[in-house]
Write a new protein. Structure first.
Length: 421
């Protein structure tokens, strides 16, 4: 399949560590100088801003219109669930007909969904229709970019590109709330949705008109309706990553309660910003390390690091220690995402790579939603210690699944590459 090298699998089969790819910062400079890298990365980040903006702007618009909290919850849930369901379907469509034919129409439809919510926040049917449309038609820019990395950078820079990708996405979670806050202060909550629709279309235009996106063609795939899920290795990986997503979702809720109880000066937003900063540093650091262990060993090591750091978060230490732990959890998260990207690229059957990356997004989104919901219920109805333990338990589940299924990951990776040789 595209971007997979037989030599990687041969090393894995014989127990040899992955080749030392990265000479240091020079690798990042070479990567950024590669044709189309900055254009595609910037376009993807711009086009994905509406996803982060919608999570905050939709509730603000509805509350500004004095909608009930029930409608706010329904609309937010519809937005998230429809995006999780629509992602793999759009990814499969990209594998069949190409990127521009999917990206451009979905940008228009998703933007239309945001416009519906902004235009009629007093009408529940219109709001829910707009939320479903904006979610289900979210342009699959994430998987489209990750499919292109092996085609636009040198083979020894592909993994570094994935590391840069995983770190750069933190800019969305930092920038999107700031943009929404600025639009609310300058104009109105609805203006944030207008801007989200515009940014989504702009980002897609930047990506879809680039030659790598226009020229990409997925290999011919089988008629199996399971698509990438027929790879047992991918199923094991996705099952493990549900726990990682659950930990992220639990943390997003937990820090709100923690900031309230400990009167953290910067509040929950400050703690989450530290987490994002840690992820940025972790992504850069991962690319600078001269790794010699196998990809599966790295996944287990990083998952164990996440488990340990989230378990320590569950102890609810003093604010200064909690601030450090926010950075540490991010340091492990971005490299874990990078390893996951590489494994998806290697494990996906031919012709299903875009859909496979879309499934990865869906897995994290679903896990995060479940984790947030569980912690919210526990904070209301149980002892705080149970809510605080959710992140550690969820990441422990990731470790267990990856450990039990490690042989399947190896076999699935080899099977995915052999046809290309």
């Amino acid at each position: 399949m595209a971007g997979t090298r037989v030599s990687d699998v041969l090393r894995a089969r014989h127990g040899v560590g992955v080749r030392r790819l990265f000479p240091g910062p020079v690798g990042y400079l070479s990567l950024l100088r590669s044709p189309f890298v900055l254009r595609l990365l910037a376009g993807t980040l711009i086009g994905r801003l509406p996803t982060g903006m919608g999570l905050l702007a939709v509730p603000l618009v509805l509350r500004h219109a004095r909608a009930s909290y029930g409608l706010v919850g329904l609309a937010s849930g519809a937005l998230a669930i429809s995006a999780a369901v629509g992602g793999p379907l759009l990814g499969r469509l990209v594998d069949r007909i190409g990127q521009p034919r999917v990206l451009l129409p979905t940008a228009v439809l998703a933007g239309g969904g945001f416009l519906l919510i902004g235009a009629a926040p007093h009408s529940p049917p219109v709001v829910l229709t707009g939320a479903v449309l904006a979610g289900a038609a979210t342009p699959p820019l994430e998987p489209c970019l990750r499919v292109l990395w092996p085609h636009i950078v040198a083979p020894d820079l592909v993994e570094k590109a994935y590391a840069m990708d995983s770190g750069a996405q933190e800019l969305i979670f930092i920038g999107a709330p700031l943009i929404v806050t600025g639009m609310v202060a300058l104009a109105s909550p609805a203006s944030a949705l207008w801007l989200a629709a515009l940014l989504g279309l702009l980002g897609v235009l930047v990506v879809a008109t680039a030659p790598p996106s226009r020229n990409y063609r997925a290999p011919e795939r089988s008629a199996d309706w399971l698509g990438p899920l027929r790879s047992r290795g991918l199923v094991v990986l996705f099952a493990g990553l549900i726990g990682t997503g659950g930990a992220i979702g639990s943390l997003n809720v937990l820090v709100v309660r923690y900031a309230e109880q400990h009167r953290v000066p910067a509040g929950a937003g400050g703690l989450l910003a530290l987490n994002a900063a840690g992820a940025l540093c972790g992504a850069v650091g991962y690319g600078l390390i001269r790794w010699t262990m196998s990809m599966r060993a790295r996944a287990l090591l990083l998952a164990a690091g996440l488990m340990t750091s989230y378990a320590m978060v569950g102890l609810r230490p003093a604010p200064s220690a909690m601030a450090v732990l926010m950075v540490v959890t991010g340091l492990f998260l971005a490299p874990m995402l990078t390893v996951s990207f590489v494994l998806v690229d290697r494990l996906a059957p031919p012709g299903t790579i875009t859909e496979a990356f879309a499934w990865l997004v869906t897995v994290f989104t679903t896990g995060s939603a479940v984790g947030a919901a569980v912690v919210g219920v526990l904070l209301d109805r149980a002892a705080p210690v149970w809510a605080s333990s959710c992140g550690g338990i969820a990441t422990a589940a990731t470790v267990v699944v990856l450990l039990v299924g490690r042989r399947t990951l190896v076999g699935g990776e080899a099977a995915a590459v052999e046809p290309a040789g």
